[in-house]
Design a protein around this ligand. Structure first.
Ligand SMILES: [Zn+2]
Length: 343
């Protein structure tokens, strides 16, 4: 793999990565401290691809970016519903009064998360964490918050949108971008490919160095998101090997095919390691060190549990492991004797 730059663009600056394609970055208050955003030339102006998390810092950086542009903002495209991507979409789209594009599942899921629990109890969240084997104090820590974490960092989402569909071509001025949907990291993540420029805007679906989080969260504990991910990765090998990939985190790169292969291999390694560990009956919490070598903060615990469960759900669906509930109401995973014979 080859990187096109040796360092990140500075917040507040723009770099032209190709004619009519600008790269910028916004800070994030997490361990992953930045997100890459892009501007692509459309009809008489610029179309924003992803927006940064909805904080006053991001807003002031955007104001600084707007001043540097030769033409106005004419549209906002959001790859998926995570707050660092959709955070300021409503603020920009409504302020500039321009079309707002998203896939259908991402749009409506974002609207639902923004609305919050809406009076429903959090008992299902508690049950989810109990089943994975977390202790009660951690469960209380993760589930007792009353506020809506999502809408605290996502400005109100526009109440109408323009739908992006897998396989469609989005014509923006002279530029045509093909929508390629990837699943698993989020339900219907849009990637955009421009054949003439040979550029793929990959969002969080394909990242260099780090692997996108693939999780089964409390909203759908039995989700087989890893199968969704592994099913929608190989399509990107139909694009040229020398495609310029513009990811949402870390540096733009060339080496798409190799990266797709590495990501697939990474998950298969984790699956094999989990299978080995499940020779003895195990809970999700007991299996975390198989996948994560470092100590986990409570924020990272949420992602780690979901990622581990997603891999276990995959093995369960493949018939490689069994899942039972013990007396404490915790899931116990164990390798199936029949699958051992088969392998
Ligand atoms: Zn994401």
């Amino acid at each position: 793999m080859e990187y096109l730059f040796n360092k990140q663009v500075e917040p507040g600056e723009v770099i032209e990565v190709a004619e009519g394609v600008l790269w910028l970055t916004m800070p994030l208050p997490f361990e992953l401290d930045h997100i890459n955003l892009y501007l692509i030339r459309g009809e008489n102006g610029w179309v924003v691809i992803d927006t940064g998390i909805g904080t006053s810092t991001t807003k002031s950086l955007w104001k600084c970016i707007f001043k540097q542009l030769d033409e106005p903002i004419v549209g906002v495209i959001v790859t998926h519903l995570h707050p660092d991507h959709v955070g300021l979409a409503g603020w920009i789209a409504d302020k500039c009064d321009v079309p707002f594009y998203m896939t259908q599942t991402e749009y409506f899921t974002a609207r639902a998360f923004a609305a919050g629990r809406n009076g429903a109890t959090n008992e299902r969240d508690v049950l989810y964490y109990r089943r994975v084997g977390l202790d009660e104090s951690m469960i209380t820590k993760l589930t007792s918050g009353e506020g809506n974490g999502y809408s605290s960092v996502v400005s109100p989402i526009p109440i109408s949108y323009t739908r992006l569909k897998h396989g469609m071509t989005l014509s923006l001025g002279d530029n045509e971008w093909k929508v390629m949907v990837g699943r698993g990291h989020s339900p219907e993540h849009a990637c955009l490919y421009n054949e003439k420029k040979n550029i793929l805007i990959s969002g969080d679906h394909i990242l260099p160095i780090i692997t996108p989080n693939i999780g089964a969260y409390s909203t759908e504990p039995d989700a087989n998101t890893l199968a969704d991910y592994l099913d929608t990765l190989p399509q990107f090998k139909s694009l040229p090997q020398n495609t310029t990939v513009l990811p949402a985190h870390k540096l733009p790169f060339i080496g798409l095919h190799e990266r797709v292969d590495t990501l697939i291999a990474h998950h298969h390694e984790h699956l094999r390691a989990l299978l080995d560990a499940c020779e003895k009956p195990r809970t999700v919490v007991e299996l975390l060190p198989v996948m994560f070598k470092r100590k986990l903060s409570s924020r990272n615990m949420v992602f780690a549990v979901a990622e581990c469960l997603s891999h276990l759900n995959y093995l369960l669906n493949e018939g490689c492991i069994s899942r039972t509930l013990n007396e404490e109401g915790v899931y116990i995973f164990k390798v199936c004797e029949a699958s051992k014979l088969a392998s």
